[in-house]
Ligand binder design. Sequence first.
Ligand code: 3NM
Length: 207
Amino acid sequence: MRFPEVPFALGLYPVVDSVQWIERLLNVGVKTLQLRIKNANSDVIREDIRQAIALTKQFDARLFINDEWRLAIEYQAYGVHLGQEDLLEADLSAIAQAGLRLGVSTHSDEEIERVLPLNPSYIALGPVYTTQTKEMAMPPQGITKVAEHVAKLKTIPTVAIGGISLERAADVLQTGVGSIAVVSAITQATDWRAAVASFQQLIAEQR
Ligand code: 3NM
């Protein structure tokens, strides 16, 4: 089983729950996105995924679909993002055969060891800090631990997630991580455009 590769540096990686957010972010030049819809009915989920994938293709951007791997395959998304439990239920060979990239969530050394044999396209490391967005079973890992993971994973693309604010972004980027994924720092910002621009600038300065 082989999943296509992704760039090591996926850059700013907003995780959002609507097509509206996808469209806004594409319009300001964001190139990596995740659609993560929870608690919607299946018709809404299907339509949002279909639209989000079509839009993202127009902008030549990378869209990962959280969890809904069947729809991601049907509408030919760039990739699928799966959590630890989703991984047990998804048909990984169907995802690979359809040519979709695979991103996976991890929260500890053990979880990283578990996913490495799958050769995922990227490995997400979280939560870096305490997050208000998702209830986490695992404690925050902190940047020292994240830096350790990044060093061990060498050329495997990594994504840091969890509690990453604009103020903390520079510290997180110092770990050498390929990308930073954020929810509230953009969707709850008083000025989301300014937040995106500041993240993009910080990332550009690190390169
Ligand atoms: N996954 P915010 S943390 C969706 O650690 C998600 O796997 C996480 O939201 C993980 O940027 C998280 O608002 C929520 O903290 C991130």
